[in-house]
Design a protein around this ligand. Structure first.
Ligand SMILES: [Zn+2]
Length: 62
């Protein structure tokens, strides 16, 4: 049994919008109220911001 040697790679994070994995070094991060979100780019960051803005309240959908 040989153990696989994993190459040292930078920490990756998942974009909060498109779930794309990007290196934490290039990720756009937003320190939210509870935890930080990561984004692959400003485009996704903008989308996320809009989503936060229009937070659905009292969804009475079955
Ligand atoms: Zn993204």
């Amino acid at each position: 049994m040989t153990e696989k040697i994993t190459p040292a790679q930078p920490e990756h994070v998942a974009c909060a919008v498109c779930m794309e994995e990007i290196p934490a070094t290039v990720a756009t991060s937003q320190e939210g109220d509870e935890y930080a979100q990561h984004f692959c780019g400003l485009e996704c960051y903008d989308k996320w911001k809009h989503q936060q803005a229009e937070e659905p309240e009292g969804n009475d959908k079955g």
